[in-house]
Design a protein around this ligand. Structure first.
Ligand SMILES: [Ca+2]
Ligand SMILES: [Ca+2]
Length: 90
């Protein structure tokens, strides 16, 4: 699980579903983005991404760390609500 602080664009990720401090904390993307998590490269590790509602643009990263997006694309109309899932099991 994790939480996202919109004002700073910081992710706080935890490896157990329990109270306590985050295992990982880092900033990714601009402030006030829509946070995402998923296994973008099918390596069985979920990593962060962000969605920018105004442009419908997705910025997905393959590691849980600051840095540039590994995958950038637009999908859907502006101001949609993004969904993440493994729809085909692959
Ligand atoms: Ca992955
Ligand atoms: Ca899939």
């Amino acid at each position: 699980m994790g939480i996202y602080a919109p004002s700073t664009g910081t992710f706080f990720l935890k490896n157990t579903n329990s109270p306590g401090g985050a295992d990982l904390a880092f900033s990714y993307g601009p402030s006030n983005a829509t946070p995402l998590a998923g296994d973008w490269n099918a390596d069985r590790v979920d990593t962060v991404g962000i969605y920018i509602p105004a442009s419908g643009t997705w910025f997905l990263r393959n590691s849980n760390s600051p840095g540039a997006a590994n995958l950038v694309f637009s999908y859907g109309p502006p101001n949609a609500v993004p969904l993440v899932g493994n729809w085909d099991g692959q």
